[in-house]
Design a protein around this ligand. Sequence first.
Ligand SMILES: [Fe+2]
Length: 133
Amino acid sequence: MDHVVWDETMSVGVAVLDGEHQHLLKLFNGLLESGITPSNREELSGLLASLNDYVAVHFAREEGLMAGGSYPNLEEHIAAHRYFAAEVAKLCEEFDGDDTTMLRMDLILLLKDWFVEHIQQTDALYKPYIKNA
Ligand SMILES: [Fe+2]
C-alpha cells in the first residue's frame, strides 16, 4: 500500500494548512494511482506539474504564517522547503516517461520519507506560534 491517508496525527492545528496538506497527499496518491506507465506520459506530466505548482503555493503560505507568528526556526524551515521543492522540480524536469519505475520510487520516497515526516515532525514545531485562522 503506497497511499498515505491524512489523519489527526498530521494536524498542525491550522485549518487552511491542514487542508493544503490533505490536498498535497491527494496529489501524491493520484500520481501513484495513475499507474505510472510510459503510455500515460502526458497525464503524469500534468499531475507532476500540478504537484509542483501546489507545493510552491503551500510553502509560501506556510512561510508567511510562520513569519507572521515570529516563529524562531523560520530559516531552517524554509531551507527544508527549498530542498523539497527542488526535488519535486527535478522530478518534473527529469521525467521522460521511459523509466517509470524510478519515478514511482522517487515519488514514494518523497511522499513517505520526506513529506509525511516533515508534517509530523517539522511542521508540528510551529503549532504554538500560528493561531488557527
Ligand atoms: Fe513545512
